[in-house]
Ligand binder design. Sequence first.
Ligand SMILES: NC(=O)c1ccc[n+]([C@@H]2O[C@H](COP(=O)([O-])OP(=O)(O)OC[C@H]3O[C@@H](n4cnc5c(N)ncnc54)[C@H](OP(=O)(O)O)[C@@H]3O)[C@@H](O)[C@H]2O)c1
Length: 387
Amino acid sequence: MSATPFNSISFHRWNNPKDLRKKKNGKFLVKFSVKSGNPASQKSVRVGVLGASGYTGSEVIRLLANHPQFGIALLTADRKAGQPISSVFPHLGTQDLPDLIAIKDANFSDVDAVFCCLPHGTTQEIIKGLPRHLKIVDLSADFRLRDISEYEEWYGQPHRAPELQKEAIYGLTEVSKGEIKNARLVANPGCYPTSIQLPLVPLIKANLIEIKNIIIDAKSGVSGAGRSAKENLLFTEVTEGINSYGVTRHRHVPEIEQGLTDAARSKVTVSFTPHLIPMSRGMQSTIYVEMAPGVRIEDLYQQLKLSYEDEQFVAVLDNGVIPRSHSVKGTNYCLINVFPDRIPGRAIIISVIDNLVKGASGQALQNLNLIMGFPENLGLHSLAMFP
Ligand SMILES: NC(=O)c1ccc[n+]([C@@H]2O[C@H](COP(=O)([O-])OP(=O)(O)OC[C@H]3O[C@@H](n4cnc5c(N)ncnc54)[C@H](OP(=O)(O)O)[C@@H]3O)[C@@H](O)[C@H]2O)c1
């Protein structure tokens, strides 16, 4: 443990007015610790982050700093096991957090829930070995595809925990809330599939668009590929350019088609090409669809508005306003809008998310809130950083 005791030092400082209870000599007095983190001992739910030395793991830690109920009891890593988190991620150095340990050395008896922020393939074996009392939100792709043979085809390896696949709930929060609340194991959706299904599922369910000829052009910031060193992710390879990848065979295709097929109750196929663009985080999906006969662009717009009017994290922008990745940076929001194509009968949908938040760790926290019986927005209130 990095051992600065909580509340060891008090300061006078201004804070959120609701927190200001005591006043002394005209100044508000608020207890404040140098290491402000959120030790598990002070929270009602003890959480472990497996793969805390990666991008999505560090994002879970960042988000949990604002969570009133979840405290971090355990952080794991592989190559970086044994190090303090501050040496791996200096931006987290202000937090009072446990050191990184190997999963084999973890004691889960005092842990209630884990976020699995591990590579696919590895994750199945690890989750299989976890005690049954744990609630699990898995950010990898290992339990997203219901059809095991489809997993094996697209991921090129045998599935090592098919029995667990049966209990996994696909966690696109706005679509499957009821099931997520009762889940033990949630398969958190991929980033591209989140940005694509959120606009398309309601339109398909309402029979407003044709389920053939859906074309998706999507772009992601580089953090989408994780933190481990790869030649194609070097600064020189990525900067000042745009790189298409996974053309015709990106692994998110079967996940996108599974969700859209569920919505349509009939097989949907899509053309999907992702691109890497030179920014750290952020994602845009531009989706070209054919409207059903007699449907107008206003129908699409009104259906999306209606579908998400009670949702905090999905917003349909005002008519004509173009969603921008800047507007969701660091937040759990998905912003959507729909535009008439120049070609009659066609529409263009634009959807933006932060791949590390709504596309990964934010949605994972939203899901764990539901599993634990808390409001889904707990700890997820941050606004975008801009500029
Ligand atoms: N990045 C995104 O935008 C995004 C979005 C949605 C979903 N996802 C998915 O979320 C998962 C994590 O992604 P990421 O971007 O955070 O990856 P990452 O930055 O590469 O981090 C991977 C983490 O897993 C640990 N790890 C690697 N191999 C391990 C092993 N054999 N045993 C135990 N721990 C191991 C690493 O530890 P060391 O650092 O010590 O090696 C690190 O903490 C992936 O499955 C990814 O597909 C990512």
